[in-house]
Design a protein around this ligand. Structure first.
Ligand SMILES: C[S@@+](CC[C@H](N)C(=O)[O-])C[C@H]1O[C@@H](n2cnc3c(N)ncnc32)[C@H](O)[C@@H]1O
Length: 265
């Protein structure tokens, strides 16, 4: 015989309803504030404070926590790279419309590393396959010219030719992408992996080997917390393939995990 679920007292039911309503409002506020890509572009450098991030965490505004958290942590990685004079270039796998790329550009210039290469890699055709929460073709509303236009607008630049920015169009898996990447750099000090899918993350990580990765480098995984079978599983496969690398967690948020990676043999 199954036991009937006891009905909470009237006071309890009111509290339950109130907390449901608050959760609903919080979710709507979060979406309204940050989920629309247009709103992300309203984030300015002066807004990046740890108290802002703490507030978003306390209020459980998940999208705001993600955006502030990842930008704050990326900024401190750039500060570390500058402080320890770690050589190398910056690469992003999964550029979409250039939002995080614009921040990578800002951070590299703000720590005095503007002369280092910044490379964005994307098919600009959206996700190549569907898996877990992701669907094929998602994020297809972009192109090389969209990214350039966004960067020019966001940074009030006249042209991008002077800023050592390179965009590679194609699938990470494609041999032409490997060829273009290796022609541009043999020393990647930061790889920002923002490509959602485990299979895409595998392909991006395949491009990071002894020939391309700096002896000390940062691997910054966005989407880490979205689904365990995607990015964390891909990282574990990479770790198993590379016993010569040691990894130390540098920073983490609900969705992201950033590692410092050192060649030990
Ligand atoms: C979530 S979006 C990137 C968001 C961007 N970094 C930002 O902050 O706005 C993921 C991107 O990864 C790209 N992508 C995913 N898998 C890929 C693959 N195997 N090869 C090339 N691009 C891929 C998609 O085209 C998409 O633009």
């Amino acid at each position: 015989m199954t036991e009937a679920t006891p009905t909470p007292p009237v006071g309890g039911r009111i509290v339950q309803r109130l907390s449901k309503a608050v959760d609903h409002r919080r979710h709507r506020l979060d979406r309204w504030l940050f989920a629309a890509p247009l709103c992300w572009w309203t984030i300015r450098p002066w807004m990046l404070t740890s108290s802002g991030h703490r507030l978003a965490t306390r209020l459980r505004l998940q999208e705001a926590e993600h955006q502030f958290g990842r930008l704050l942590h990326l900024r401190s990685i750039f500060e570390d790279i500058a402080k320890h004079r770690l050589p190398g270039d910056f690469v992003e796998f999964g550029t979409y419309q250039g939002f995080s790329l614009a921040w990578l550009h800002l951070f590299r210039t703000s720590v005095g590393l503007g002369s280092r290469r910044l490379i964005g890699v994307d098919s600009f055709k959206g996700l190549p396959t569907s898996s877990t929460v992701w669907h094929q073709g998602q994020f297809s509303d972009s192109s090389v010219s969209t990214v350039c236009a966004n960067l020019l607008r966001y940074h009030h630049l006249r042209d991008l030719s002077a800023v050592n920015l390179h965009l590679i169009e194609g699938l990470f898996e494609a041999p032409e992408v490997r060829a273009q990447l290796t022609a541009l750099t043999s020393n990647i000090v930061l790889a920002h992996l923002d490509c959602d899918l485990g299979s895409s993350c595998d392909a991006a990580l395949d491009l990071l080997d002894r020939a391309t990765l700096a002896p000390t480098a940062y691997l910054a995984f966005d989407d880490w917390g979205c689904h365990v079978d995607e990015i964390p599983a891909s990282f574990e496969r990479y770790q198993a393939r590379h016993p010569e690398l040691s990894f130390e967690v540098q920073a983490t948020t609900t969705y992201t995990r950033y590692f410092r990676c050192t060649r030990i043999r």
